[in-house]
Design a protein around this ligand. Sequence first.
Ligand code: HEC
Length: 111
Amino acid sequence: MKKLLLAVSTVALLGFGATASAADELKVGKKIYDRAFGRGCGACHDISSNPQLVALIKSGDLSKASFADTLKNGKNGMPKAMAAIMAVGPVKKAGYSEDEAIDAVWAFLAK
Ligand code: HEC
């Protein structure tokens, strides 16, 4: 009986956690976009001559694997971004791993 109660409450907790974290993920993703590198990704990407991330994701021209690869390794004029992303306050506060931080900024751009 005790075991059953424990199982039920664990499931309830996990279910609740998942709902809270989907909304949190979008918020953290927005903070990354606005704050990484001090001025945010938009300092470069909101300029029309640079890649338009939302449009590229929506059209299917930018895969998540390629997105993650660019953030980790940089690409021509695009600086490596993981250190800047992991330094954003809300990312640290959420305790995200690098992959979770990539998921968050992707989720914000793809929403
Ligand atoms: C200093 C300006 C600058 C900043 C800041 C910047 N980017 Fe970029 N980014 C670029 C440029 C320029 C390119 C185009 C690189 C190329 O392919 O020549 C690019 C390319 C990319 C690409 C690859 C697009 C493609 O079509 O393959 C991704 C993904 C990307 N940036 C994401 C981000 C994210 C997310 C951030 C914020 C964490 C960010 N960038 C911050 C300048 C910047």
